[in-house]
Design a protein around this ligand. Sequence first.
Ligand SMILES: C[S@@+](CC[C@H](N)C(=O)[O-])C[C@H]1O[C@@H](n2cnc3c(N)ncnc32)[C@H](O)[C@@H]1O
Length: 311
Amino acid sequence: MTITGTYAEFAAREAHGVSPSYERLALAVSADDELLALLDTLPATKRQPNLLFSVVRFLGGPVENPTAFRHYMVANWPAIEAEILVRATQTNEAGRCALLLPVLAALPQPLALLEVGASAGLCLYPDRYAYRYGDHVVGTGEPILECAVTGVPLPSRVPEVVWRAGLDLNPLDVTDPADVAWLDALIWPEHAHRRARLRAAAAVAAAEPPLLVRGDLVDDLPALAAQAPAGATLVVFHTSVLFYVPAPRREAFTQVVRTLPGHWIANEGAEVLPYATLPQPPGDALHNVLALDGTPLAWTRPHGQAMTWFA
Ligand SMILES: C[S@@+](CC[C@H](N)C(=O)[O-])C[C@H]1O[C@@H](n2cnc3c(N)ncnc32)[C@H](O)[C@@H]1O
């Protein structure tokens, strides 16, 4: 896809109805030849709207007004470019635990959790958070994760987790203020509730930091999985990760994960992990597919805000 197409699609499918300021910025960039030419100088993997906008936020630049953003981007391009080249979109959204919970709670307990593409590991604490699915509340911790559900078999309690570990090419450290500042910059401008959620989830993780291993989700998965304790159900899971992984490596990952004992939960785009048949998604907005051991179960919204179970 062209850069202009990428920004127009981000505006229409990801930011529309979720972040008016990023929708405005993405549309403005998609129609601005000078800004597109700057982005064209970057490696193809570094041109995403989310990375550009987060770097500008991280540097203290304006992201509300497209004209102010444009002036800032042109005037500060060397600093923006330098930051883009060393950073990656590693949004760590604890809210995605609300999507995992119904599946995790239905597996034989206790659980040994292994997340690939864990970022800072905030999705490794589904037992510590609380959940509100409409009127149905599960758990007593913080943050409280809200998720609108349709047809979802809801659990009555959080799972029992006896081991948690994460694998990431570039693990972030919730006890490092610079890493937390970057995680904050990755959150979209209007999403004060997600910023509060990040702080609360980071406090949970910082109180008992997870085992986070720097490594690749294909090459280094078996060795980390081998560290899981006997007597617990191993659950390998990933949310919003395989989009970043080239297709042949995704295939290699699915082969490796199927050789492991236990279960595999995927929450990824429908085109990222193709399934034989899927029902129509519940609208035009971007939806991911939640799957257990390769069987698709539900459409999910990217930040964990909604889930529609397949009939
Ligand atoms: C968008 S973040 C998602 C983080 C977390 N799963 C969540 O949902 O909040 C994607 C993460 O995948 C990691 N990643 C990408 N490719 C990877 C690979 N081949 N092996 C391990 N981690 C990878 C990135 O470094 C990044 O931290």
